[in-house]
Design a protein around this ligand. Sequence first.
Ligand code: MN
Ligand code: MN
Length: 283
Amino acid sequence: MLPGISFADAESTFEEADFVIYGVPFDRTTSFRPGTREGPHEIRKSSYNFETFMFEHEADTEDIKLHDLGNMDDFGLVDHMVAEGEVVIGNIVANGKFPIVLGGEHSVTIPAVRSFEDISYISIDAHLDFRDSHLGERNSHACVTKRCADHLGLENVFVIGCRSISKEEWRSGPLPGYLDSYTVFEIGIEKAVKEALDSVGNEKVYISLDIDGIDPAFAPGTGTPEPFGLTPYDVKKLINIVGDRMVGFDVVEVSPIYDNGNTAALAARMVREAICVATKHRS
Ligand code: MN
Ligand code: MN
């Protein structure tokens, strides 16, 4: 694939693959500090850090049929990115494969979720992302939950770990289901995920990991760092509890220019976690 390298162990062709990785190096609606366009490349590089064998799953990524489509290379405005993403990710889903999207900013999730019908959407995010538009842009990364709710129904979206909600969002009427990070800390991640899964209506779940949902102590490389975040272990558990209900996964908002390397490594590790958990349920 061009340019750059593919995700570790992505040795299968598209036709034979069960899992397909797609990078969207888009960061044009970023509100505070840009840089997530470098996310897909750094996450792929970090993916070579790990043993192919994951003992706790008794899975080896060398045995998993994984394909890397490379990056979206042709987009202009955010609406172009969304349209192109719907074509490519839609094709992955239409072929019965499990999509894994590497951002880029959170708006890259919009075409991924629109590639499905009748699913639920659970995000891990410091932010509610429930504005109807932001700086005049409806497909802004600050509007992702709202766009997913437009597509799936408000009852089918849920945000875990948020701790930043604007007054505009707070007063905008019915909010999506959410558990803030303070509550997650009090009740524990198992109970939080159970509450999320009981809340959403559709059985199948797309998980979106906005890396700023994790505490900036663990994930400093992001555009909008927010203290009081979840731990990496919380997110690992979440992926495992969702388990066989998971039909798609993304990791977004990794901004390598603010990273010490740990954020990209964490993102790559979460992709590997999602693949190994999902593969248990496909075979
Ligand atoms: Mn977000
Ligand atoms: Mn966020």
